[in-house]
Design a protein around this ligand. Structure first.
Ligand code: ARG
Length: 459
């Protein structure tokens, strides 16, 4: 293949070199950003009198035509081109002639790719944030529908205290809120610094206006050092870390859905459209969507590690190693979007088995802390109350009954402070509603969380 960069060389490369050098299969998806960047560049060059206004117009029209044709399918991206930057420039020159050859004045693919990928990160951050907003809405709605659904709350996966299913869901809503705020932080930093104009590594001899070009592309400012600008991929790392954290959260909810959908739990049921069958066991209804979201966490973590490793120890400024940054980034972005979309639907359609949750919550003495709290209200110090409640639980275990099933005379063996009102106090509903501290599981506290999230969604 003949190369646009056949400067001092013949530009004829071995096939294997073409193969390892090529990034078109990956960076082809940047064509819109590449063209947007080039249009801004042409405008800046013309404004500064570096290229004639009439040539800039030709370039811009040419680029707009290329974008439209790629989008409509009329122009196919040549898989044998080295990368998207070379492809667009070559098609432009084929189409408009010599004016096309002026576009790369005061620019290098090094700052060009830094720009294109930054634009990609900014746009995708917005798209992911919008998806997370939808997920937040679905979580809040589902929570409101399940405010009075009582389930066992767990620590160490052992029954701990009763909670509402809504409180459990809203815990995930708070994770999503942090995910969104992390993405916004990344985006803010990305918007601060446009790399374009750094050129190959050292800036340019032409009188360019970097601020102007940056502002055309929506940036608030420019990177201050050209060598840093072409080699900086911190925003990739930040975004991919934020995506990895999203996957931590989504894998946790996935795991819970997988457990809840099992016969052992029977807490939720997924409609047929959200499950798959087995090729041999006709009775199966598998929660594959949740399992896959859990499993895909691996590649999102792996992508982050791969990028960190590519960047480690790289001398300044641009090195071709950096070309390896895009595949993991794109994969993480696509994977995370798919998983969030799956969750939006899955949470929405998930059917909650309130009876099963309630029956389960009645097991495991989840109201033992409430017995202690009850004694504290009657005047006992908490540590003493804790011991009495512990002894009572142990007695009930031997007797084979729940705390609330123990006759009053037997209760009184443990403390004379215990009265008829203990039964009302130990009812699971009371245990949940009494936990009315800020952030607690009472329905009014959960409702406050829901309102907080809904307010956030209005912004
Ligand atoms: N395809 C390259 C990349 O993705 C573009 C920059 C190439 N720069 C160079 N000096 N060869 O990183």
């Amino acid at each position: 293949m003949d190369k646009l960069w056949a400067g001092r060389t013949t530009g004829t490369t071995a096939n294997l070199v073409d193969e390892i050098n090529s990034s078109i299969a990956v960076d082809r998806r940047l064509y819109k950003r590449d063209i947007a960047g080039s249009i801004a560049h042409a405008k800046m060059l013309a404004k500064q009198g570096i290229i004639p206004e009439s040539d800039a117009e030709l370039i811009i029209q040419g680029l707009e035509g290329i974008e439209a044709d790629i989008t409509s399918g009329a122009l196919e991206i040549d898989p044998s081109a080295e990368d998207i930057h070379m492809f667009v420039e070559k098609v432009l020159t084929d189409r408009i002639g010599d004016a096309g050859k002026m576009l790369h004045t005061a620019r290098s693919r090094n700052d060009q790719v830094a720009l294109d990928t930054k634009l990609y990160c900014i746009e995708e951050t917005d798209i992911i944030n919008d998806l997370l907003r939808e997920l937040l809405k679905v979580l809040a709605d589902k929570a409101e529908q399940t405010l009075d659904v009582i389930m066992p709350g767990y620590t160490h996966l052992q029954h701990a205290q009763p909670v509402s299913f809504a409180q459990h869901l809203m815990a995930y809503a708070m994770m999503v809120e942090r995910d969104m705020s992390r993405l916004s932080d990344c985006k803010k930093r990305m918007l601060e610094r446009s790399p374009i104009g750094a050129c190959a590594l050292a800036g340019t001899t032409f009188d360019i206006d970097r601020e102007y070009e940056a502002s055309l592309l929506g940036f608030n400012g420019i990177s201050m050092n050209s060598m840093d600008a072409v080699s900086d991929r911190d925003h990739f790392v930040e975004l991919m870390s934020a995506l990895a954290i999203i996957m931590i959260h989504s894998s946790r909810l996935s795991e819970e859905i997988v457990m809840w959908a099992s016969s052992e739990f029977g807490f939720v049921q997924l409609p047929d459209e959200y499950t798959t069958g087995s090729s041999i066991m006709p009775q199966k209804k598998n929660p594959d969507v949740a399992e896959l979201c859990r499993g895909k966490t691996g590649r999102v973590y792996g992508n982050l590690m791969s990028l960190l490793t590519v960047l480690k120890g790289l001398p300044l400024a641009y090195n071709k190693d950096i070309q390896e940054d895009k595949e993991p980034l794109f994969d993480s972005v696509e994977t995370v979007k798919l998983c969030i979309e799956a969750f939006i639907e899955m949470v929405d359609v998930m059917e909650v088995n309130r009876e099963n949750m309630y029956e389960s919550a009645k097991q495991g003495y989840v109201n033992a802390t409430d017995l202690a709290d009850y004694l504290v209200v009657k005047g006992m110090a908490f540590r003493d109350a804790y011991n009495i409640a512990g002894q009572t639980v142990s007695y009930c275990v031997g007797r084979g009954c729940a705390l609330e099933e123990l006759p009053l005379e037997e209760f009184k063996q443990f403390s004379t402070l215990i009265d008829e009102d203990v039964y009302q106090r130990l009812a699971l509903h009371t245990c949940v509603e009494k936990r009315n501290s800020a952030g607690g599981t009472s329905s009014s506290s959960v409702m406050k969380q829901i309102e907080y999230i809904r307010k956030l969604l209005e912004q």
